[in-house]
Design a protein around this ligand. Structure first.
Ligand SMILES: *Cc1c(COP(=O)(O)O)cnc(C)c1O
Length: 360
């Protein structure tokens, strides 16, 4: 009997990519696959995204794993390279690099490379994490254009910290600033993450970088994927492994943190923080058994969680399937109950969980 399992719906994944293209019809799509494709399985997800124009990852090892898996599309390293000795690896594997720092530019200028590199110059328009300052842009751009180690087209990008909030006009300010910074150039432009794709049509330009929405999950505040006609790709499921009766006053789980107020029945389900389920999920966080929602009680253990099924014990038996999040229970909702974001829940699914890739 399979216990903790992440069921991955491949047609939903493909549908979501088509949905990105429908929302941003004039943009090429960089499918963001960092962190094991947000917990969905790096190579397998990449293999199913043949309609993407490029892939993007955060680390060179992730890009190498894609090449080892036989993927031949362009791969962009969103943080670039971290040491000059990485440059031959980039060239040998046809990786494109972001340049966001003087140290990277100097390494490219001073290296003796066999071929020119494809480069994305990242400008900081207000996130204040990575990117060259607006005042540095002309200097970086000119040096990249003049450098024999760089391909003639220098792509330009920036990133949004607040695009998930359509009521926050900071994103529009960034779009305007970026447009003015790059106005003297004629390069490919890339601004939008998923929230930019969904919330900010003015940010689409030549390329979009979509991650979360490909997995059918909403990046927007107080929304779920289906609000944008996206389909959740992951269903995290397990099974009931015991049924337990408790009476008023009984305490449940480590630390006895939950105390039973009246006679009830608990279903013990095989899922815990050892599978990546959030230990801080609050009392009452929903799970779905046989189409109905029930709340978790007590502390989340490493391997198990207790669920209060009240007087429904006749309908629920050992072996029944439990959905922890997925099409009938949005991961966005579980994230709120655990005081986190859906990105973290998806990335945190651990290797103990088995993966089932479903073609229909
Ligand atoms: C992760 C990442 C993205 C994708 O963000 P989503 O919100 O998942 O669409 C885009 N751009 C950069 C630079 C990133 O690091």
């Amino acid at each position: 009997m399979r216990l903790a399992t992440a069921e991955i719906n491949i047609p939903a994944l493909r549908y979501n990519l088509a949905r990105v293209k429908e929302i941003a019809p004039h943009s090429k799509v960089m499918a963001v696959l960092k962190a094991n494709a947000y917990g969905h399985g790096l190579v397998k997800i990449a293999q199913c995204l043949s309609d993407a124009d490029a892939f993007a990852v955060a680390r060179i090892d992730e890009a190498l794993a894609l090449r080892a898996g036989g993927l031949t599309k362009p791969i962009i390293l969103l943080e670039g390279f971290f040491d000059p000795s990485d440059l031959p690896i980039l060239l040998a594997n046809n990786f494109e690099t972001v340049v966001h720092d003087e140290s990277q530019l100097a390494a490219i200028e001073q290296s003796d490379l066999d071929m020119p590199l494809s480069v994305w110059l990242k400008v900081d328009t207000g996130m204040h994490r990575l990117g060259v300052e607006p005042e540095q842009f002309d200097n970086f751009y000119r040096r990249l254009k003049q450098c024999d180690n760089v391909k003639p087209a220098v792509n330009l990008m920036t990133h949004f910290p607040c695009a998930d909030d359509v009521g926050n006009d900071f994103t529009q300010t960034q779009i305007n600033l970026f447009a003015s910074i790059v106005s003297g150039t004629n390069e490919a432009l890339c601004l939008a993450n998923s929230a930019g794709v969904i919330g900010w049509p003015d940010a689409h330009f030549d390329w979009v970088r979509s991650g979360l929405m490909l997995y059918g999950v909403s990046p927007m505040l107080d929304k779920v994927g289906t609000d944008h006609e996206l389909k959740p790709v992951m269903r995290l499921k397990t099974r009931v492994i015991a049924i337990k009766h408790v009476v008023q006053g009984d305490r449940v789980g480590y630390g006895g943190r939950w105390q039973c107020a009246k006679l009830t029945t608990l279903a013990v389900v095989a899922m815990g923080y050892g599978d990546g389920y959030p230990r801080h999920a609050r009392q009452g966080t929903p799970v779905v058994i046989k189409g109905q929602r029930y709340g978790i009680v007590g502390s989340v253990s490493m391997d198990m969680i207790s669920v209060d099924i009240g007087s429904n014990e006749a309908q629920i038996a050992v072996g029944d399937e439990v959905e922890m999040w997925g099409p009938t229970l949005p991961v966005e909702e579980v994230a709120v109950c655990a005081d986190t974001i859906p990105y973290e829940l998806l990335c945190n699914v651990t290797p103990r969980v088995s993966y089932e890739y479903c073609d229909e």
